[in-house]
Design a protein. Structure first.
Length: 207
């Protein structure tokens, strides 16, 4: 049996109301994807495990008191919409989703509006986003870690946590990043990809 909404709820223990938000996200993505190429056909078929569950795995690592979130390269919402759905159901937090593609931005805005998610969308380039610090910065498949840290350095505060989903090249990326930055890192095995991981980065300092 394929991985589906019931599988997702079983593995995450989220509420039925939370699953309803994910179901709407999936249904709308399928509809929009018929006319706008937001994701590949194979990505749609693997939505519940490869995208919904993969994105959700950041949620348990969000600090309890975190209230401001920045998600880069949000695309069709992975992982930014997962974080926004989590914020909605825990009753606090606001997410800024950034993607320079206008059509993807329009899709994100529809999900946010229709499901009353605590989030905003920016279609500016990362370099154009106003400088401020965030409690949590997230990204998936946005850029190699050294470039990702360069993009986000001005958004880091003393207690900022970076949550970045990474693949097979993670060790090379960490080695390259340490040439410029000092940071603490916790590497967590991905729940959906045997060769992937979640990097939890704190205390980022330029060396």
């Amino acid at each position: 049996m394929s991985y589906n909404a019931e599988s997702f709820q079983r593995d995450t223990f989220v509420s039925r109301e939370t699953v309803d938000d994910y179901k709407y996200w999936y249904k709308t993505l399928c509809y929009w994807n018929e006319s706008i190429n937001l994701v590949s056909r194979s990505a749609l078929g693997a939505f519940w495990e490869r995208h919904a569950y993969d994105s959700w795995q950041l949620v348990p690592h969000i600090p309890e008191k975190a209230s401001t979130f920045l998600d880069l390269g949000s695309g069709a919402g992975f992982p930014g919409l997962s974080i926004a759905i989590s914020c909605k159901h825990r009753g606090c937090g606001n997410v800024l989703l950034v993607d320079s593609a206008g059509k993807k931005g329009a899709f994100l805005k529809k999900i946010i509006r229709d499901r009353a998610l605590p989030a905003l969308v920016s279609t500016e380039r990362v370099e154009e986003i106003n400088s401020k610090t965030y409690d949590v910065i997230s990204a998936r498949a946005f850029a190699p870690l050294p470039k990702l840290l360069s993009y986000t350095q001005r958004f880091w505060g003393k207690s900022t946590v970076g949550l970045f989903l990474k693949g097979e090249s993670v060790e090379e990326e960490l080695t390259a990043a340490r040439k410029k930055w000092s940071f603490n890192v916790e590497k967590v095995q991905s729940r959906t990809n045997s060769t992937g991981c979640l990097l939890k980065i704190t205390e980022l300092i330029v060396q």
